[in-house]
Design a protein around this ligand. Structure first.
Ligand code: G6P
Length: 370
């Protein structure tokens, strides 16, 4: 078993470290040699059909749903088509408006999650084309969907999903760009720019991983707290939700992810002296607003870890207790970097508390009941 873990103490840590490889493999052969366009020969949906789509539903569970929240941002910003992301166990029961011009995207690492599969079938019953983003070739979701983009994360053993989530993000970036070039919603220069930034991501993840020790110390300090908060705006909020879920799953510490600007409408009452707050502040356009939310929690005694773009370290450092810098990338791509310190945080918190990192209580890797 140790050999299978490739020298790491746990599968989760191994899988966190496999992310640069998983990013590369998921991109491999899907970017043209001149770096100017995305090629997805596996897609059967025609350019004409893609151009007729007027809304998107992204449906998934757990971590895959969180990837779908980022996917919403990717598609809306690149393709300018309205996207809703929904939890699969809710989707079917709210009579969603699904037409043949709705593209339903189901996201599932295993391809076997019962709720996600049921949502896929409901979408097809309504005549909508279904695209699956999955890690398992030949899974039920892969077999039944009309189109499939396989993530090449490789087998994921730890219950807490890490490399599957980030590979799903890469799949959304590729598909969003492919769709944008098909519909002509982005010019070639923009596409070239995003593709170049994507190709830099694996090395940038290595850089984040090299700073794991900083996160380990923060994790040890939060492990004796019973509750903490993750805050952020825009895609930072989506990543905050994933960071919070990861921490709950394996450390059993209660945490909540909050849209930074919404805190003052209730949750701020829970912030007291020493409450740990993990604040994501990576989006240039939202920078001032998030910083003022950080100051709100600081003024109430919170102990704040800021996860910030390299470029803003000095400005943010004055308002937080500790800082973790992620390399510069395009705003839409930051989740592929900013989630990595959060994965490490949950891993080291779980470790500090002596829990079974790879097999947390009450949870299963794949849930095949509704
Ligand atoms: C389970 C796992 C989660 C996972 C979710 C969806 O609850 O514990 O880590 O995100 O199922 O799984 P899927 O295979 O559909 O991505």
């Amino acid at each position: 078993m140790t050999a299978e873990k490739g020298g790491y103490d746990h599968f989760m840590l191994k899988e966190i470290h496999e992310q640069p490889r998983a990013y590369r493999d998921t991109m491999l052969g899907r970017i043209s040699e001149d770096g100017k366009s995305v090629v997805l020969p596996e897609l059967k949906i025609t350019p004409e059909k893609l151009r007729s789509i007027n809304r998107v539903h992204i449906v998934a569970c757990g971590t895959a749903m969180h990837a779908g929240l980022v996917g919403k941002n990717v598609i809306e910003s690149l393709v300018r088509i309205p996207v809703e992301t929904d939890v699969a166990s809710e989707y079917r029961y709210r009579s969603p408006i699904i037409t043949p011009d709705t593209l339903v995207i189901v996201v599932s690492q295993s391809g076997e999650t019962a709720d996600t599969l049921a949502a896929l079938r409901e979408a097809q019953r309504c005549g909508a084309p279904v695209l699956a983003i999955t890690n398992v070739v030949g899974s039920s979701v892969a077999r039944e969907a009309d189109d499939v983009i396989i993530t090449l994360a490789g087998p994921e053993i730890a219950v807490a999903s890490t490399k599957a989530y980030t590979s799903q993000l890469i799949a959304f970036y590729l598909f969003g760009l492919y769709w944008a070039q098909t519909n002509g919603t982005q010019d070639e220069a923009t596409i070239v720019n995003v593709l170049a930034a994507m190709q830099a991501l694996p090395e940038q993840v290595e850089h984040v991983l090299a700073q794991a020790e900083v996160i380990k110390q923060v994790a040890e300090s939060i492990s004796n707290h019973s509750s903490l908060f993750f805050i952020g705006r825009g895609v930072d909020y989506a990543v905050a939700m994933e960071g919070s879920l990861k921490l709950k799953e394996i450390s059993y510490i209660h945490s909540e992810a909050y849209a930074a600007g919404e805190l003052k409408h209730g949750t701020l009452a829970l912030i007291e002296e020493g409450t740990p707050v993990i604040a994501l502040i990576t989006q240039e356009a939202l920078y001032e607003k998030t910083l003022s939310n950080i100051k709100e929690v600081k003024a109430r005694g919170a102990d704040v870890l800021g996860i910030v773009n390299e470029g803003y370290v000095h400005e943010v450092a004055r308002s937080v207790d500790r800082i973790f810098a992620i390399p510069r990338t395009l705003p839409v791509l930051t989740p592929a970097l900013s989630v990595v310190p959060l994965q490490l945080l949950s891993y080291y918190a779980s470790l500090a508390l002596g829990h079974d990192v790879d097999k947390p209580r009450n949870l299963a890797k794949s849930v095949t009941v509704e």
